[in-house]
Design a protein around this ligand. Structure first.
Ligand SMILES: [Zn+2]
Ligand SMILES: [Zn+2]
Length: 176
């Protein structure tokens, strides 16, 4: 009897299914080859995106701007080919905040979720925390460690860089 009650308590109500519709990595036939589509979105669910290519150069950024923008110890991004990215809903709610001449952050103006990074007006990085399911990549480095939060300790063995890691944009280092 007790076991049954517990099971019922933890069975997902519908709203959880909607909020956590995870594992949406979808295999698609594209020009004769299988392409993976990565999906993700914001906390309120209004803004959603799709990336029809793979991610590369995932990095934890500890710079003071990313820390403030996320309200967290660091922010985690992965890069992709900008041509592979599109908003699939809520694009009108996406705001871009730029502090640097060429770079900014995209966030949902409804719920505040930080979704993506821009360079020269193009969306070039996604926040890994907003990707649903397995993004097929794991962080490979820590950047801007020279300005990391004093209260945060890095406890993994990934390479650390005081500022940017070496630029490998456009040269995906690890084939799927
Ligand atoms: Zn939102
Ligand atoms: Zn940063």
């Amino acid at each position: 009897m007790t076991k049954k009650k517990r099971y019922q308590r933890y069975s997902a109500p519908n709203r959880d299914v909607i909020l956590h519709s995870c594992t949406r990595t979808i295999a698609r036939e594209h020009k004769g080859e299988i392409k993976m589509a990565i999906e993700g979105g914001c906390l309120c669910g209004r803004v959603r995106y799709e990336i029809t290519g793979r991610l590369f150069d995932a990095d934890h950024c500890h710079c003071s701007m990313c820390r403030r923008q996320h309200g967290a110890a660091f922010a985690t991004y992965a890069e992709f080919n900008p041509d592979d990215f599109k908003w699939i809903s809520g694009e009108d709610l996406v705001k871009v905040y730029e502090t640097l001449p060429d770079a900014g952050w995209c966030f949902c103006s409804e719920c505040g979720s930080s979704l993506a990074g821009t360079v020269k007006g193009k969306i070039t990085t996604i926040t890994l925390g907003t990707v649903e399911g397995d993004p097929g990549i794991k962080p490979e480095s820590h950047s801007f460690v020279g300005s990391k939060a004093q209260w945060h300790e890095i406890n993994d063995d990934l390479p650390q860089f005081d500022e940017r890691p070496p630029d490998t944009w456009g040269q995906p280092s690890k084939a799927l």
